[in-house]
Design a binder for this molecule. Structure first.
Ligand SMILES: Cc1cc2nc3c(=O)[nH]c(=O)nc-3n(C[C@H](O)[C@H](O)[C@H](O)COP(=O)(O)O)c2cc1C
Length: 209
């Protein structure tokens, strides 16, 4: 299948087959795709929670308007934005670059100064919004990668972030739930899988200049 055929095959899955689980390899590959998602400066301003625990998922479902995907999918993925992107966060990131690329830490002082400037040039609210935008990019990569791997996914923002934060203890971790995705395999009788995709026509969507 071409990437276009795969993107046509995928849909926001509403009803998952509760008996079908991702294999460890499938989950690992999907998460590796998320790990490879681009982010502004590469800061990866979020953490990604992989939730299997049935009890926790029952509570999360209540905090997500009862959406059944939360409990019925193979895993629930929560993209949680970092709420404390500060100079320490930048320092850790620059340390990681030095380690990964095996370059002297001193050679990255200029980059560190530039990143600190990018942080300090934003208000705390702007930093959070910035972090949340990056989380959505990671969601997009997950949705596309899932399609490529023949895995179903249901992206969702229909949930109460404050309740998710409480249930998952995210505030203490300097995180806030931003967007989520259920992953697994569609139920045969999910009628959403049979619906024709509605997309605005190319001539309306794209502006060529
Ligand atoms: C960020 C985002 C949030 C969404 N939130 C929900 C949601 O809470 N519940 C739901 O059933 N579908 C949700 N959807 C699915 C969209 O309704 C769906 O992607 C859209 O209608 C296009 O259909 P398709 O993805 O099946 O092609 C969400 C999708 C995105 C990208």
């Amino acid at each position: 299948m071409s990437i276009i055929d795969k993107l046509k095959w995928r849909y926001a899955t509403k009803k998952f087959d509760t008996n079908k689980k991702l294999s460890a390899e499938q989950l690992d590959e999907l998460l590796e795709a998320v790990q490879l998602a681009p982010s502004s400066y590469g800061l990866q301003h979020y953490k990604v929670l992989v939730i299997e625990n049935a009890e926790v998922r029952t509570k999360l479902r209540e905090a997500a308007y009862g959406q059944p995907q939360i409990t019925d999918a193979s895993q629930l993925i929560v993209f949680a934005a970092e709420t404390n992107i500060d100079e320490g966060y930048v320092k850790n990131f620059v340390d990681l670059i030095a380690d990964t690329r095996n370059v002297p830490r001193e050679s990255l002082v200029g980059l560190e100064g530039m990143l600190v400037g990018a942080i300090n040039g934003r208000t705390p609210e702007q930093r959070l919004l910035w972090a949340q935008k990056q989380a959505y990019i990671a969601l997009g990569v997950l949705v596309a990668a899932a399609a490529d791997l023949g895995i179903d996914a249901g992206p969702m923002e229909g949930f109460d972030p404050a309740k998710f934060d409480e249930i998952l203890g995210l505030k203490e971790k300097g995180l806030t739930a931003t967007v989520i995705a259920a992953v697994g395999f569609r139920a045969d009788d999910d009628h959403f899988s049979k619906l024709i995709k509605v997309r605005r026509p190319k001539k309306e969507l794209f502006i060529h200049i």
